[in-house]
Ligand binder design. Structure first.
Ligand SMILES: C[S@@+](CC[C@H](N)C(=O)[O-])C[C@H]1O[C@@H](n2cnc3c(N)ncnc32)[C@H](O)[C@@H]1O
Length: 247
C-alpha cells in the first residue's frame, strides 16, 4: 500500500462544534495531516516535486538542509531522492506529535541521508549552520508577525553564500477584490475535494488568529530587506505562492 492509500481521512471539522478553539498541530491533526494537506493545499504534490527538483541543483555535499516546520516529513522524503549523499537534513517542528509521525515515516521509507529531528519554537528564533538550503513550506504564516523579521534574519545568517531559502505561503491578494475572489476560488477547490461548507467555515474560524498571511510583495520585501540578493516566484495558485531567495 502507498502512503496515499494509507492516509487517515481528515474529518476534524466534520461535526458541528459549538465553540471552535484555535487550530493546533496536536495528535488529532498529526494523525490525518497528510490527507488534510493533499485535499486542502492546491497543487501540493506538484510544488513538493518542484522543491526537490530545485534542491537537486542547490544542495551542496557536506552542507545541511533545514526543513522548518517539517510536519510529517513529506518534503524531507521527497528530497532524499534528489540531493547528494553527503547532505545532512535537519527537520524542525514545534509539535512533538508531528515529529513522531515524521520519524515513523522516514524509518518506514528507509530514509538514506543523515538526519536530525529537533523540537523547537521558531517564534524564539533558530540557529542555522552551514546551510545550502532552508525550506519553510507553509510555516512562516504560523509564526507571529512580531517575530518573522528576526526569524528570517536568523535563517539568512546561517545560509552559505549562494545558498537558498525556499518559502511557500498562503498569501493575501494585493487588493481586496482579488483577495475575496481568490479565497472564494480556494473554498470551491476545497469543496471539490470533499470538504463541506461547515468543515470549511469551522476550519477558517479555527485558523483565524493562528494563520496570518502576508501579501506576496510583503514577503518579497521581507526577504530582500534581510539581505537576500534576489528572489523569484516559482509557484502561484490564487492565494498560494512559492518563492525562492538566494543569499
Ligand atoms: C502547514 S504545516 C507545514 C507543512 C509541511 N512543511 C509540509 O510541507 O508538509 C506547519 C507546521 O509548522 C509547525 N509550526 C507551527 N508553528 C511553529 C513554531 N512556532 N515553531 C515550530 N514549528 C511550528 C506546525 O507544528 C506544523 O507542523
Amino acid at each position: 500500500m502507498t502512503d496515499m492509500q494509507n492516509k487517515e481521512k481528515d474529518e476534524i471539522f466534520r461535526e458541528k462544534n459549538g465553540q471552535i478553539g484555535d487550530f493546533a498541530f496536536g495528535k488529532e491533526v498529526a494523525q490525518v495531516f497528510d490527507d488534510m494537506l493533499a485535499r486542502s493545499v492546491p497543487m501540493y504534490a506538484e510544488f513538493q516535486r518542484m522543491i526537490s527538483e530545485m534542491a537537486a541543483d542547490m544542495a551542496v555535499d557536506g552542507t545541511n538542509i533545514y526543513d522548518l516546520g517539517c510536519s510529517t516529513g513529506t518534503t524531507l522524503l521527497a528530497l532524499d531522492q534528489s540531493v547528494p549523499p553527503g547532505v545532512r537534513f535537519v527537520g524542525i517542528d514545534h509539535s512533538v506529535e508531528m515529529l513522531e509521525k515524521c520519524r515513523e515515516k522516514l524509518e518506514k521509507h528507509s530514509f538514506c541521508h543523515a538526519f536530525e529531528l529537533v523540537q523547537a519554537d521558531l517564534n524564539k528564533g533558530i540557529r542555522i549552520e552551514n546551510a545550502s538550503l532552508v525550506l519553510m513550506v507553509l510555516t512562516l504564516q504560523f509564526i507571529r508577525p512580531l517575530y518573522r523579521e528576526r526569524l528570517i534574519a536568523d535563517i539568512y545568517q546561517g545560509i552559505n553564500h549562494n545558498g537558498a531559502l525556499i518559502l511557500v505561503e498562503k498569501v493575501l491578494g494585493e487588493d481586496s477584490f482579488f483577495n475575496r475572489t481568490f479565497i472564494r476560488y480556494y473554498y470551491d477547490y476545497k469543496k471539490r475535494n470533499g470538504y463541506s461548507e461547515m468543515e470549511i467555515s469551522q476550519k477558517r474560524e479555527a485558523l483565524e488568529n493562528v494563520l496570518i498571511p502576508y501579501k506576496l510583495l510583503e514577503n518579497r520585501e521581507l526577504l530582500l530587506e534581510t539581505g537576500f540578493r534576489y528572489c523569484d516566484v516559482f509557484f502561484k495558485w490564487y492565494n498560494f505562492c512559492g518563492m525562492v531567495a538566494i543569499k
